[in-house]
Design a protein around this ligand. Structure first.
Ligand SMILES: C[S@@+](CC[C@H](N)C(=O)[O-])C[C@H]1O[C@@H](n2cnc3c(N)ncnc32)[C@H](O)[C@@H]1O
Length: 246
């Protein structure tokens, strides 16, 4: 299932205060993305960041790469509170990245841990963002592939409609040359299933079901989790792509 942008926004607004302390994997892949990008190029005159959130990626990108103008986007205006602390100057476009409109074009479009919520990845990447990139412009992003949170899916049946690494590669290759790509699993372990649920909530990734769970549902989830995954493990499956407009 895909979750509508309003639900994603609501969950993120609630999790922003706790996000940086809990976003272990998101931080790892933001670092990884910028490290690989800076090996390819370190200066991008105009940059558009999609889904800037609490500025995890903004912070690492702006410390390692150079740019003249920075435009940031997020579903929530609250992202500006964090951007203000990182960037002396920036433009902000509030709204769903799949639909934002701008008259500018960019040398780099960058995004961390956000594309998994898109309702139509191919349209977003191959049409919308493609049209906002200058000739030879670079799109650098991370997202998650279909092994992501496999434990939660096996117990609840709830999951975003993640694409596999090969499916994403195939979509991207229609309009871009792949400069760098990687997919790996990262397993986190928790003391209890409740701690795991809190981790998901604090990173805003509890946008899996529309309805709030009852106490009975939570108890049932915890019992099944302990039985099936006694180590209380949670698998992330990040994907990193750095691609250039053909
Ligand atoms: C997991 S956080 C990632 C934040 C940040 N990029 C980072 O590196 O940690 C996802 C952010 O993307 C935003 N977001 C989710 N879907 C979006 C969409 N369709 N358009 C714009 N922003 C979106 C959320 O509001 C949230 O702030």
């Amino acid at each position: 299932m895909q979750v509508d942008a309003r639900t994603v926004k609501k969950h993120f607004e609630k999790s922003m205060e706790d996000y940086d302390d809990n976003a272990v994997v998101q931080r790892l892949i933001a670092d990884n993305l910028v490290e690989e990008l800076s090996k390819i190029k370190k200066y991008f005159p105009s940059v558009l960041e999609l889904g800037s959130g609490t500025g995890l990626l903004t912070r690492v990108f702006s410390s390692k790469c150079k740019f003249d103008s920075y435009t940031a986007n997020d579903l929530t205006e609250r992202a500006k509170f964090y951007l203000d602390k990182i960037l002396p100057r920036y433009d902000f476009i509030c709204g769903n990245a799949e639909k934002i409109k701008t008259n500018s074009s960019f040398d780099l479009i960058i995004s961390n841990a956000m594309f998994q919520w898109f309702s139509d990845l191919e349209n977003a990447v191959c049409k919308h963002f493609y049209s906002m990139l200058k000739a030879g412009g670079v799109l650098a992003f991370t997202t998650f592939s279909n092994d992501n949170f496999e434990e939660v899916r096996s117990i609840t049946g709830l999951s975003l409609e993640y694409k596999s690494f090969d499916e994403i590669s195939k979509i991207i290759s229609k309009k871009y040359e792949i400069l760098y790509s990687k997919n790996f699993d990262y397993v986190m372990k928790f003391k209890t299933p409740l701690e795991l649920l809190a981790h998901m909530k604090h990173t805003g990734v509890n946008s899996l079901g529309v309805k709030k769970w009852s106490i009975v549902q939570v108890k049932d989830f915890c019992e099944k989790y302990r039985n099936l995954y006694p180590e209380i493990s949670l698998t992330y499956s990040p994907v990193i792509f750095i691609v250039q407009k053909k």
